[in-house]
Design a protein around this ligand. Structure first.
Ligand code: AHR
Length: 517
């Protein structure tokens, strides 16, 4: 912090992180007469990779464990995820997917080969969790399955056979093998991706080369019509729209969606990303600023899609996103374990609001990752489990799943940050949920100052709003096994007075409110 202060003084910038407007009153107007696109529930999708304790220990303990479990999946974690209404889970990677050979993960568990997880810590991969176990988890959660195929080290035949194994019926040899392995009925593979990060760990390819491979591999992916998964092409990252451009021009015919990955690093530097806890305010600010780049990335890629796919058949799937900090000291660096604070909840909510604004194309996202890895919902330690602030952000936003987005106009918004470098103080989003109510989400990015927001729905002051607020005194407030309830949502309500409804949004807070009358 000291170094950062000195820099500011050197620049002559005083009160760098103060709000630009003291005693601000931001106005948020929700236009119910102009409903937008439906916010696909899969925008709240999850990602579970064979990485660190993300699956083994975090979710899977095996049927013989003393930790209470159902067919090997731990009951506490599954119960908490069910309460989160997880709509979709992506598996088995990530980078892991491009070295995963599905036949290693079927049949009696004690006969499965042990391989090495070369991407993540070089640890043994027992293959105890394979295709059948994954679908068992998805079924318990009531979630759709998103299976990521191996393009990098697999073959078209291996990929085609996996799809056949999961989806075929009747006399097919692979359908019979699946039945012998305990599942006579085909699995429902909602989505299937052809490789992952082809520009990096998936093979260091160029978009044109990957697109040819995509067309080659997908030619052989066959399933009964009603069980044919939606196919996902592995797209780009960051500022580069070339992947979206080439894929939407040359692979569009069989592509349901093009994926996109973007991680928020406080410093933007992979060598020194920034700490998960105990960080200075400069890194609160830079994290917010960097995560808001998602808006620009989506906008640019959607513009490319609008040009190449005017009928809007192709979705833009942000199937990896979230915070990525320096790994927790004393843990295996390959396990990507980091703590999760109020800052992560704010990052999640800011991204949700961006995704809602682009609901027409952004029909799926998958935060990285579900348990114990990067920006996780849940952290476990042997038989204990805790819920993170990110979990609570997801829980508060449940009403937005399959809700109809509504246009929101902000006037007189505050600015948080240093001169010329500010970010919007308030981020807002609104939708009409399946229960018929209008929900409004408000995020205050300023960690020091509360902001008054006047809320006007359909040209009138809302009568009463009721919901929850997530905030804390410290920017890095987080739950621990000693104090697992340190930060959790609190009830909130406000009523109109004198024809005006004012909501005081606390500093560094996430709010989701239902409008009642
Ligand atoms: O989520 C961790 C890793 O980040 C994934 O395996 C990879 O796709 C990305 O680089």
């Amino acid at each position: 912090m000291q170094a950062f202060k000195s820099t500011l003084v050197a620049l002559g910038v005083m009160a760098a992180f103060a709000s630009s407007q003291a005693l601000a009153q931001v106005s948020v107007r929700v236009d119910t007469a102009k409903p937008g696109a439906v916010i696909n529930k899969n925008v709240y999708g999850q990602f579970a990779e064979h990485l660190g304790t993300g699956i083994y220990e975090g979710l899977w303990v095996g049927p013989d464990s003393r930790i209470p479990n159902t067919r090997g999946w731990r009951n506490d974690v599954v119960g908490a995820l069910k309460a989160l209404h997880v709509p979709l889970v992506r598996w088995p990677g990530g980078c892991f997917a491009d070295e995963y050979h599905w036949k290693d993960g079927i049949g009696p568990r004690n006969k499965r080969p042990v391989s090495v997880n070369t991407n993540w810590g070089g640890v043994p991969e027992t293959n105890a969790v394979g295709t059948h176990e994954f679908f068992d988890l998805a079924e318990m959660l009531g979630a759709d399955a998103y299976v990521n195929g191996n393009l990098g080290t697999g073959t078209p035949q291996e990929m085609a056979e996996w799809v056949e194994y999961m989806t075929s019926t009747g006399q097919s040899t692979l359908a019979q093998l699946r039945a012998r392995n305990g599942h006579p009925q085909p699995f429902k593979v909602a989505y299937f991706a052809i490789g992952n990060e082809a520009w990096g760990c998936g093979g260091n390819m160029k978009p044109e080369y990957y697109t040819s491979l995509y067309n080659h591999y997908t030619t052989f992916l066959k399933a009964p019509k009603e069980r044919m998964p939606k196919l996902i092409a592995s797209g780009g990252t960051g500022d580069d729209t070339a992947w979206t451009d080439v894929l939407s021009r040359d692979a569009g015919r069989v592509t349901d969606g093009i994926s996109f990955h973007y991680y928020t690093l406080p410093t933007g530097e992979w060598d020194k990303k920034g700490a998960a806890v105990g960080f200075p305010e400069s890194e609160w600010f830079s994290t917010v600023q960097r995560t808001l780049r998602m808006e620009d990335f989506i906008r640019k890629n959607v513009a490319v899609l609008d040009k190449n796919d005017p009928k809007k058949k192709i979705g833009f799937y942000v199937d990896e996103w979230g915070t990525w900090y320096d790994v927790e000291q004393g843990t295996n660096p390959g396990f990507l374990f980091q703590r999760n604070t109020l800052r992560d909840a704010v990052v999640a909510a800011l991204n949700f609001n961006i995704f809602h604004a682009h609901a027409e194309r952004v029909r799926m996202t998958n935060i990285a990752q579900m348990v114990n890895v990067l920006q996780a919902m849940i952290i476990t330690d042997k038989n204990r489990m805790l819920l993170t602030p990110t979990y609570y952000a997801y829980q508060m936003y449940i009403p937005f799943q399959d809700a109809t987005s509504l246009p929101v106009t902000l006037a007189n918004n505050t600015t948080y940050g240093a001169n010329g470098q500010g970010v919007p103080g308030i981020s807002a989003s609104a939708a009409r949920a399946k229960d018929g109510k209008v929900y409004v989400a408000l995020v205050n990015t300023n960690p020091r100052e509360a902001t008054d927001v006047t809320l006007d729905v359909a040209g009138q002051a809302a009568g009463t709003v009721r919901g929850q607020v997530l905030t804390a005194d410290a920017m890095d407030a987080h739950n621990t096994f000693q104090n697992p309830q340190a930060i959790k949502p609190a009830p909130f309500s406000a009523s109109a007075s004198g024809g005006k409804l004012t909501v005081k949004v606390p500093a560094k807070a996430v709010m989701v409110l239902a409008v009642e009358g």
